[in-house]
Design a protein around this ligand. Sequence first.
Ligand code: ADP
Ligand code: SF4
Length: 689
Amino acid sequence: MDGSHPNRHPRYDVLFEPVKIGPVTAPNRFYSVPHATGHSPLMPNGSIGMRAMKAEGGWGVVSMQVAEIDPTSDISNLPMERFWDDTDVKSHALMVERVKRHGALTAIELAHTGIRARNMDTGTPVLGPSSMRILKPQNPIQSKAMDKSDIKAFRDSHKRAVLRAKEAGYDIVYVYAAHDAALVWHFLNPIYNQRSDAYGGSFENRLRLLREVLDDTMEAAAGDVAVAVRIPAHDFKSGSPLTYDNEARAVIESLAEVPDLWDVNVASWPRDSGTSRFDDEGHQEKYTSYVKEVTSKPVVGVGRYTSPDAMVRLINTGVFDLIGASRPSIADPFLPNKIKEGRIDDIRECIGCNVCVSSDAYSVPLMCTQNPTISQEWRRGWHPEIIPSAPRADATLIIGSGPAGLECALTLAKAGHEVTIAERASEFGGRVLKESALKGLAAWGRVKDYRLYHLRQMGNVSLYAESEIGAADIAEFAADNIIVATGATWRNDGVGATGFQPVDGFSAQALTPDDIMGGAQITGPVLIYDDDHYYMGNVLAGHLAAQGHEVHLVCPLPSIAEWMGYTLETPRVIEEMIALGVHMHPNTTAISWTASELRVARSDTGQELPVIKAAQLVFVGARHPNDDLLTRLREDEALGGRVTGIGDCLAPGIIQAAVFSGHAEARRLIGGGSELGGFKREAPILFEV
Ligand code: ADP
Ligand code: SF4
């Protein structure tokens, strides 16, 4: 046991005990479980950089994301790992070597995604237990029911993948059965498995394939590497018998002592990666805590744990043996080391927003609201904890204390600048301060809390609230750098994501999110016209409905909260709206607003619909960048090139973008002015044709 660090409270020592996992031993209980990273196999360097950083930060086990075992499991267009044949071993071996340098174990999630695959790259039929549409209803693709030879080929292929994983140097190999996205899980679930042979029908028959693949894997592992099974301990899918009090439990009981490790969660991914708006830390425990009762093998589980006390409780009460994490390890790759060194307040806690998840859907390297350095380890050389010293102790004035201003200030202060933050409002935090007061968004306040906590302790930082800065005030600061972070203001005129012209009657009467968050008094039924399509429209609807208002939520796209499909939240949002009695009007475009009536038309056909009556109109659409000050300062020749803008005052966006912008500008200043957009690119290899 590592009980050596003088600043660590002894109650956290239990987290640093080694854990035996079959033939290997994890150095501590911090387990970075497999998660999507947005890095496709064509981006191995970025992927290696990210995982090596987690190992440096103290994670005892670092896992690879879903790794397709062969071309019959082609889940393109999602950027998953490919582990098809020997050509893939080289980059995996390099990843393993970089992670092991820091003393961590490495795990690979060998996966066949069954009827979650699309095979649009390979062109071969999608394979499943039965002939049916794949689990992407928008895709006109149907699976082939696997025959005996397909099953044999799959088992042989999985075995070969295990041998490749051993060759690459992995310590733990997975049998992937999770997220409603695994072939063996599709065989388990009678909703998908409609076979009448030895692999269908009875529970034992449906279990057969998982049992066989697990036995194959144990045999191929041969005691050289540990074998883990990742499986939901509960399925939320309507009609599924694979629940924690029924067949999911029976599966784990049946195979209890076979693998070396159980990695358990809930299905499907939207419930596994529940956001803080709907699921608290530890939300899966109700469904996963029974697993340790049915097996003597070690168990790892997740639940967006960022609190070391919660982690200790999990171990001491026998819920898990290892603390699984994906999002907490993204938001803070150094979480284990911070606990180890007694720096609990230093933990950059995940806010549970799922912006990271959206990266996967977009096939772009992982982004994070709390950690702007994620995915930038290799491509930009950014370390999440080590900020290089600035060449000079510049005096830097930052105007505005939203996420952009605070992140920029903290990064520059760590680099040695003398930083002054001037904020017009009486409290710091900008939009995060205001938005975190809305229903369901309290955890988002961590974006400001983390940064302010540090800034307030630094001798080279001055924070001034109630300090509005105008162009004439700049001279008194004698600043070497002036960074404008004055944010953006919601428009009330009807200009939004689909409507590029103002809507008649809006600007005279519509309130905006700024008004509501500023405490505007509202009477009567409220109509929210949401031409933003992310969280603000529906969060306000829930917020006002919970206060007792009758609320209409009108939006021009076919579904409300359309963008929240990328954060996996749309179904939960719709559920909440229904529970709160919010009247939803999707596919509805505003024509005009008069005193208490919105004229509307169907967005697709233009056919006019009955008016919607309300006492108060609220518009959620585009925002005006607050760039007047920036423009004036830039025009001032005396200030030369010392003025820059960051965050929403440049280009209004999501909070993650503001944090990233603030961080990038700080790095630019520290680095002496390299290109803001400059980063190393992954290079494809050219073959002779
Ligand atoms: P971002 O998301 O880009 O960080 P925010 O809107 O969250 O932007 O924050 C901008 C902050 O700037 C707000 O807290 C606002 O009060 C403050 N601000 C705007 N204009 C001025 C100004 N002229 N002087 C000082 N503070 C300002
Ligand atoms: Fe957590 Fe949001 Fe970062 Fe994802 S993007 S790790 S949910 S803070």
